[in-house]
Write a protein of this length. Sequence first.
Length: 320
Amino acid sequence: MRRFRHIRAPLCSALLLTAAAAVHADTYFVTIAGLGGEPDYEQRFAKLATDLDRVFNSAGATGHVFTLSGKDATRARLLATLDTIAKQAKPEDDFVLTLIGHGTYDGVQYKFNVVGPDISAASLAEACAHITAKRQLIVNTTSASGGSVAELARKGRAVIAATKSGTEKNATVFARYWVDALQDSGADVDKNEAISALEAFKYATAKTAAFYDSQKRLATEHAVFVDTRRGGPVRVASTDTGAGRLLASVTLVRFGGGVAKPSAVAGNPAKRSLLTKKEQLEQRIDTLKYQRAALSPQEYKRQLTESLVALAKVQEELDK
């Protein structure tokens, strides 16, 4: 019995150390809003990045947030940021990279459009490989993002793409709903006061599908994810293959702890009304882009400006 106790004590100590490490693990969030090509896209991408910056900063002392947009959204700045994290992050930490903007795919190589030279999926994968965090998530919300999955996927890293392949090249709406998911308590399906990457994925894909249905348009984007080395990208989690298990383990937002709860918005009728209005305006802007060829340049600009101004006012009310 004495010998058993001597063996058990180190085991208990090891378990306590493991638990302590888990409690004190940090999360490194990197968000980059790439080139828009047009003023309205530039504004939208920058706003999405700003929203994520605010959400991730609510993580408190355990969150390290890096956000690049505008002139700072360059290949060099992104690689430098990833290098900084590679020097700071520990194996027990989490790492989350979100790409917002446009992407291209030539049938062989995916590239993310940034200020100056674009950055390829291969270059991103190489930079992220130096980050020792064992649990990683890359969320590529760009057009043609499906073309980046094969390069970015690796053991211990979940990859989400807004499109199922590099040939889905239209601007996506998935990005907007991904950001909305992290601000809406409705995404917290299991009601544990936290939103996982899998919950956010399910929310965003459902909202994206509903958008195309409401517009009576054929969907030009089909989000996928891969978080297991068994098989290729999928659209739904599976207990048989384990697909979705890693996504479910990555927590992106926790409620409480002095942080404004999404549920506070959900319980406020005025705020819910504003959120509904915001979504309607964003859908109107997307519809305008779809109908652009049928409008004169002057009429398109007038309607777009009107919608953008209204959207900015709604957002201002939401931020109060």
